[in-house]
Design a binder for this molecule. Structure first.
Ligand code: AVJ
Length: 319
């Protein structure tokens, strides 16, 4: 407590604990979910608008074009459950759909996310734009054990944005199986996944020329300085994105540019020059591998849509 670098008032126990367990491991890691503090959310939004970051643009284009054809026949007054849905932008392409009698295909929307304040903002926006839609947010980590309220007769899960890419394959299978369990028999699941492609396209998407992704990655260290009583000097770490072909994933790292010692929540963390903190994986799937993964979780692949350049896939699965 007498250490000047230690600011107990700023300590967020949960962040500090997650950070310390990763930084005392070998090799060093930090969990990707720590990216999304308010500044990280702003930076991620800027990433989605970068020319190199084709993911969001491509998926949104698909959702806009496909619209009602994404939804199985006979749906009305159904429930849409979005996993990790801290913003309803993509769900709107489904929530806006009506049948030939102008009846809404979805009557209820259940977004699940750890960001309580984002869920509140979303509830407010939807109350204005969709007054007849029931919005029932759940504050929870979607990868954990899920207890959903009774969801009605027709249920669809939504997991867009290639968020699945952040999960190691075994965790992804467990998540897909528990979502299937929670949604129950007869349910459907819409999964958006970035497809495996030429690293010449992938690498710039994670190392853009404007440096926004670098700022997003380095913001992790700012966050630890603020919330975990850390004293990272941002001038001595640099952003790196690499393609791991064997594991079919983009990896993001923060590389120490010199030997140094950093304090985190009262612990001393030494870094050697060139040492990395592995901050994120973003797996890229072939259709085949993705179909095998969803099948391992018990889902039956029903349809796959991709854009004309085969960049991004939307997979419709049924229970
Ligand atoms: C939000 C997990 C889909 O992996 O592409 C963007 C996060 N990381 N740039 C992704 C991210 C670096 C993003 N996901």
């Amino acid at each position: 407590p007498n250490d000047p670098g230690f600011a107990p008032h700023a300590l967020c126990a949960e962040t500090a604990e997650a950070a310390l367990s990763g930084l005392t491991a070998s090799p060093k890691t930090l969990p990707a979910k720590l990216f999304y503090d308010p500044e990280g959310c702003r930076l991620f939004y800027r990433i989605t608008e970068l020319p190199e970051y084709y993911l969001t643009r491509t998926e949104t284009g698909l959702l806009r074009t496909l619209g009602r054809s994404l939804i199985p026949e006979g749906f009305h007054s159904a429930t849409l459950v979005e996993f990790g849905g801290s913003d309803e932008a993509k769900a709107r392409y489904l929530l806006d759909q009506r049948d030939d009698h102008r009846r809404r295909l979805f009557a209820t929307y259940v977004p699940i996310d750890v960001a309580a304040s984002a869920l509140e903002d979303m509830r407010f926006r939807l109350a204005n734009s969709h007054p007849d839609l029931a919005v029932e947010p759940i504050v929870a980590d979607f990868v954990g054990k899920l207890a959903l309220p009774p969801l009605g007769r027709q249920r669809m899960g939504l997991f867009p944005g290639s968020t699945i890419g952040n999960l190691d394959p075994d965790v992804a299978v467990r998540f897909l199986a528990s979502a299937r369990e929670a949604l129950g028999p007869g349910s459907w699941f819409l999964l958006g996944a970035d497809l495996r492609k030429d690293p010449a396209i992938l690498l710039p998407a994670y190392n853009d020329s404007a440096g926004v992704t670098a700022a997003f990655n380095l913001n992790l260290l700012c966050r630890l300085n603020r919330e975990a009583a850390a004293d990272f000097d941002l001038r001595h770490f640099r952003h790196a994105a690499v393609w791991n072909d064997a594991l079919s994933r983009i990896e993001m790292h923060l590389i120490a540019s010199r030997d140094q010692v950093v304090h985190v929540a009262g612990s001393v963390i030494p870094f050697a020059e060139g040492e990395s903190i592995h901050t994120e994986n973003s797996y890229k799937w072939t259709r085949r591998a993705l179909v095998a993964m969803v099948a391992a979780a018990g889902w039956e692949p029903h349809r796959i849509w991709t854009d004309s350049e085969d960049l991004f896939g939307i997979f419709l699965l049924r229970h």
